[in-house]
Design a protein around this ligand. Structure first.
Ligand code: PGA
Length: 244
């Protein structure tokens, strides 16, 4: 079953109010046969949503609690009030830098969905794990630990991002992406039943204009999560166009 593609940009800790000018050309690339989204730093969500009200804006993390003594954290309701419609959870940079566990990622995704946000749950193996032949085992274990039971095709997106491909210019072979996305699809069906077939599985890691068409046409690749190449419309729009 071909799912409606989603091309999402993850600005990470990049961008400024001036950079929101990029959103004009990105919003203009929208098409009725796919979804696009930009996840800027949280401080820019409100301004981004105000500048381009038809372009879905997302956050890059959330807390699982609604409020409380969690200095520096942001709740789902706060993000939604700022204008977010999606949230990335469990990005490998957060799993590494902030020691986030599968259980925490699942709690965040569960809170996001309960609060009306689409949760993009990230998974992916390190290079050592792939070299040891453990890539599928690692990713399916992350899915078992981090996919919320409440996930549906509408509310949940998975992003497969091999850690060694993020920001490195390197990508897995087409066959490796196809094998991993098939394994993720099978695992989602085990975890979510019929709904597992409707959850979009994005590929992420060094997606750029030159490789987007090839990656986006692999079976079970339902879109892309794009870091560096989402910062400039001149790079991101060709990736959106490749998904059309
Ligand atoms: P990249 O990052 O496209 O810069 O490799 C992808 C991501 O981390 O989401």
């Amino acid at each position: 079953m071909a799912l409606r593609k989603l091309v999402a940009g993850n600005w990470k800790m990049n961008g400024s109010l001036a950079a929101l000018a990029e959103l004009d050309a990105i919003a203009a690339a929208a098409s009725d046969n796919l979804d696009i989204a930009i996840c800027p730093p949280a401080t820019l969500i409100a301004a981004a949503a105000a500048r381009q009200p038809t372009l879905p804006i997302g956050a890059q993390d959330c807390h699982w609690n609604a409020s409380g003594a969690h200095t520096g954290c942001l709740s789902v309701n706060m993000l939604r009030e700022a204008g977010a419609q999606l949230v990335i959870v469990g990005h490998s940079e957060r799993r590494t830098d902030n020691h986030e566990t599968d259980a925490e990622v699942k709690a965040k995704a569960t809170a996001a969905i309960a609060g009306g946000l689409i949760a993009i749950v990230c998974v992916g193996e390190t290079e050592a794990q792939r070299d040891a032949g453990q890539a599928v085992a690692v990713v399916t274990s992350q899915l078992r630990g981090s996919v919320p039971e409440a996930g549906t095709g509408e509310s949940l997106v998975i992003a497969y991002e091999p850690v060694w491909a993020i920001g490195t210019g390197r990508t897995p072979t087409i066959a490796d992406v196809a094998d991993m996305h098939a394994a993720i699809r099978k695992c989602l069906s085990e975890l979510l039943g019929n709904e597992g077939a409707k959850v979009r599985i994005l590929y992420g890691g060094s997606v750029k204009p030159s490789n987007a068409a090839e990656l986006l046409h692999i079976p079970d690749v339902d879109g892309a999560l794009v870091g560096g190449a989402s910062l400039k419309a001149t790079d991101f729009v060709p990736i959106i166009d490749a998904a059309k």
